[in-house]
Ligand binder design. Sequence first.
Ligand SMILES: Nc1nc2c(ncn2[C@@H]2O[C@H](COP(=O)(O)OP(=O)(O)OP(=O)(O)O)[C@@H](O)[C@H]2O)c(=O)[nH]1
Ligand SMILES: [Mg+2]
Length: 194
Amino acid sequence: MYGGCIVIAKTQNDVARHPDISGNALKSGREHDAVTGQGLRKCSGRKCFRALCCKGPPPPRPEYDVVCIGLTGAGKTSLLSRLCSEGADDIVPTTGFSIKAVPFQNAILNVKELGGADTIKKYWSRYYQGSQGVVFVLDSASSEEDLEVARTELHSALQHPQLCTLPFLILANHQDKPAARSVQEVTFHTKHKD
Ligand SMILES: Nc1nc2c(ncn2[C@@H]2O[C@H](COP(=O)(O)OP(=O)(O)OP(=O)(O)O)[C@@H](O)[C@H]2O)c(=O)[nH]1
Ligand SMILES: [Mg+2]
């Protein structure tokens, strides 16, 4: 994923909303003592730490299981490496599947990437169970023939009983290439043919 950026998570002001770390909490006895250094014996270590730092540990983020599919070379591993702030130098085709925990401000996505080689994609559906969302990565600069194969796989996934009701993101990748199709062209080419 070199040519664009997707915003999946929105910002959230956790600090302002967190009841334990709002200004009102500091008005009450023990936390206030901790701030002024008075009566520290009454204050547990955890509360003192919270009061002194004016914030507590971040609330646990919800986790979601997401499956990421697309033909080989579409850029699934590259996308996930970028989202995990990892280098993209040693990326090789995925044999089987790989799982990465992708952290966002308000959630963690446990993304299972399924390799897109012909010998692997016929087994994709065996790994759909338990998914809560789907990311389908496309090479926007691929040949007409490859785009047709991708379209077939995309619609097969969209209609699969374990995926058909889930949130579905289609990512038009390789946008930095001169031959890349626009979002409108990719949409046109990947629409279901009646
Ligand atoms: N120019 C360009 N190259 C990209 C982009 N995304 C990935 N690549 C390159 O495309 C090649 C394949 O990328 P991968 O991330 O391995 O593709 P994949 O979808 O994981 O492939 P499989 O694991 O085989 O299914 C690598 O050489 C990447 O560097 C992109 O947006 N633009
Ligand atoms: Mg891969």
